[in-house]
Design a protein around this ligand. Structure first.
Ligand SMILES: Cc1cc2nc3c(=O)[nH]c(=O)nc-3n(C[C@H](O)[C@H](O)[C@H](O)COP(=O)(O)O)c2cc1C
Length: 165
């Protein structure tokens, strides 16, 4: 893969995250997990390029993100749609997602990703905050929550962008 700067990225990020979906992956060679995420955003905070990632505490992946300083957010070609569906409906507590999907983990960065990715963001956690009911302005958001499942928002520096050339 080729490394580019976040400013060189030529991609509609709403489409990449919201329509193509992403895999959020954290851990190391000994133990890691991945899950599908279609919420998030990219931008600038504290003068750095950042990704915002939203993870509910019930996810197994949450434990890996909490334990590690880095995680990846990766985007895949259309042909891996079924793999992303599986990673978004089954838990790594119950299955080996790499084995079930055939995705190949790569451990050459500070967090794992999969060799089939067409785009990888290597992210370093800078800030985390749990969403909460008191902060909701638009009541329609409440429909997404059932008490104890508010997402944790991570604002993470994009330390590397890798694209498949
Ligand atoms: C298309 C799609 C998008 C999803 N986006 C998110 C998300 O942004 N945040 C989140 O916490 N869960 C999201 N999920 C749910 C997790 O991917 C799902 O609960 C997964 O099974 C968690 O796996 P884990 O327990 O191995 O971490 C999404 C699921 C799908 C299918």
């Amino acid at each position: 893969m080729k490394e580019i700067s976040a400013f060189e990225l030529n991609e509609n990020i709403c489409t990449a995250i919201g329509k193509d979906w992403t895999l959020v992956t954290a851990g190391n060679k000994e133990s890691y997990n991945t899950m599908t995420a279609s919420w998030g955003s990219m931008g600038i905070m504290w003068n750095k390029p950042v990704l915002f990632t939203f993870i509910r505490p019930q996810r197994y992946t949450y434990e890996f993100i909490e334990r590690n300083d880095y995680y990846t957010v990766s985007v895949y070609p259309d042909e891996y749609r079924m793999s992303l569906k599986l990673c978004g409906t089954k838990s790594g507590r119950d299955i080996d997602k790499a084995k079930e999907t055939g995705l190949t983990p790569v451990f050459d960065e500070k967090a794992p990703y999969f060799s089939q990715a067409r785009l990888v963001f290597v992210c370093r956690k800078m800030y985390a905050q749990d969403l909460n009911e008191e902060s909701i302005i638009d009541g329609s958001i409440n429909a997404n929550y059932h008490g104890d499942d508010f997402h944790r928002m991570y604002v993470s520096e994009i330390v590397k962008v890798l694209v498949n050339d």
